[in-house]
Design a protein. Structure first.
Length: 106
């Protein structure tokens, strides 16, 4: 069973292709995906950001990221699509491989 916890603020590190690393503060919720509780996840929606002096939303989609590193795990146009994508990604890799990748981001 999936659980979305109460809202809280979280700083996500989002890397934009072709640009330097941009750190954006987003508001979202903690997410627990059934048996994948060894990874702390967070679901959020990108806010308006300014790139090159223009305000925009990149994709305007929901994102699921790992809480401590901000590493993107899944995304979708709706919350449920993002959760389903994150589940599929986590099923594709072993627990050891996922934790190894998270440690690279730290």
């Amino acid at each position: 069973m999936d659980t979305i916890e109460n809202s809280k603020k979280y700083k996500a590190k989002i890397v934009l292709a072709g640009f330097q690393k941009v750190i954006v503060e987003v508001k979202g919720e903690s997410l627990i995906l059934g048996s994948n509780n060894f990874v702390k996840l967070f679901i959020y929606r990108l806010p308006f950001i300014s790139v090159g002096g223009k305000t925009c939303i990149l994709g305007n989609s929901w994102r699921v990221a790992e809480e401590t590193t901000g590493m993107l795990i899944g995304s979708g146009q709706t919350k449920q699509e993002a959760v389903n994508h994150a589940k599929a990604v986590l099923k594709r890799y072993s627990k050891e491989k996922i934790l190894e990748q998270i440690n690279k981001y730290k």
